[in-house]
Write a protein that binds this ligand. Structure first.
Ligand SMILES: [Zn+2]
Ligand SMILES: [Zn+2]
Length: 348
């Protein structure tokens, strides 16, 4: 079968790799019908990490085979695979934190049994702990809601985690730092949660436009101190109740912490990749600034978000601005690397 394989910085190829089979009784094998490229895949692609080999962690597809202990999905089911494998029964899973599962694993890395897990960008994937990981959706692989369903594998759940962690809710004023797919989904999530004002920081007109479609009430086309001053103006000098931090750099953290009012909360989901000196704890102390968040428990949010996507009342699908075939996945990486695409969908 074919799969995306990363060889080195900006060297991504489609290779022939072994087709997966059921290795343990809790495995399923899924024929991937749609996957996508994540901003965090780009960190590997750009050479900021030393990860090589199979790549991709956001996909959906049709179950082909299941092991003897798999009970919740059957061959033929269309399933969503969240970005982390989880068992569904350990204390962190039961507590709502499946991305911290004690038996968890990542796509493209080793599982707890020592077997290599397939990446999500390929024709098939073996899914360990299928009952805990996969969620079935009663739709066909060519359903028009497929982009929205695919977004539930990571970015919509992650945006929801940012908004929820930032305290978005009825009456709240929130700001979102980061206008990538996750930031835009955080806007959509904050709006869904009933936030009265959702301020998106975006200096890219196409991303700002999508932000407005997703419910942003205000766009601040500035960064850093200028953005903070603009948000102070918009909030009568008070600052926002909550800020979604959807980037993961020292600069985005500095902005998010400065945007919130005393007692406000930064909801953070940006994978930290440039926060060298830690957080300015004394600035936080003096203003009672709260920090909540981390790696999003996307699997735990699926029971809430999936019915709304199926009903057509929640549609993060427009974050996909480009579609490529698996054979052309390298072109999709280039489009995201060069910021020509917000997010790229990969069709089988
Ligand atoms: Zn992702
Ligand atoms: Zn678990």
């Amino acid at each position: 079968m074919k799969a995306a394989v990363l060889y080195g910085p900006r060297d991504l190829r489609v290779d022939e790799v072994p087709e997966p089979t059921v290795l343990t009784p809790t495995d399923a094998v899924v024929r991937i019908t749609a996957s996508c490229i994540c901003g965090s895949d780009l960190w590997h692609y750009r050479g900021f990490t030393d990860k090589r080999g199979r790549i991709g962690h956001e996909f959906l597809g049709v179950v082909e085979q299941v092991g003897s202990e798999v009970a919740t999905v059957r061959p033929g089911d269309l399933v969503i695979a969240p970005f982390v494998i989880s068992c569904g029964v350990c204390p962190p899973c039961r507590g709502g934190w499946p991305t911290s599962c004690v038996r968890g694993a990542g796509w493209g890395g080793p599982d707890r049994d020592g077997h290599l897990v397939d990446g999500g960008q390929g024709e098939f994937a073996r899914v360990p702990l299928a009952d805990g990981t996969l969620v079935a959706a009663p739709v066909d692989p060519d359903d028009s809601r497929m982009p929205a369903l695919l977004a539930l594998s990571d970015v919509m759940g992650t945006g929801h985690h940012a908004a929820l962690s930032a305290g978005a809710g009825p009456g709240a004023t929130v700001a979102v730092v980061g206008d990538g797919a996750v930031g835009l989904c955080a806007v959509l999530a904050a709006s869904r949660l009933g936030a009265e004002r959702v301020i998106l920081l975006s200096t890219h007109a196409d991303r700002a436009d999508l932000g407005v479609k997703f419910g942003a009430t205000d766009i601040v086309a500035a960064r850093g101190d200028q953005a903070v001053a603009a948000v102070q103006d918009l909030t009568d000098g008070q600052g926002v109740d909550g800020a979604g931090e959807c980037v993961g750099t020292s600069a985005s953290w500095g902005t998010a912490l400065a945007l919130v009012r005393p007692g406000g909360t930064v909801g953070w989901v940006g994978v930290p990749h440039d926060v060298k000196d830690g957080l300015p704890i004394w600035k936080m102390f003096g203003r009672n600034v709260n920090v909540r968040g981390g790696v999003a428990p996307a699997r735990a949010y699926l029971p809430d978000l999936l019915p709304e996507v199926l009903a057509g009342t929640l549609d993060p699908g427009p974050i996909f601005t480009d579609t490529v075939t698996l054979d052309d996945v390298a072109a999709g990486y280039r489009a995201m690397d060069e910021r020509r695409a917000i997010k790229v969908l990969v069709r089988a």
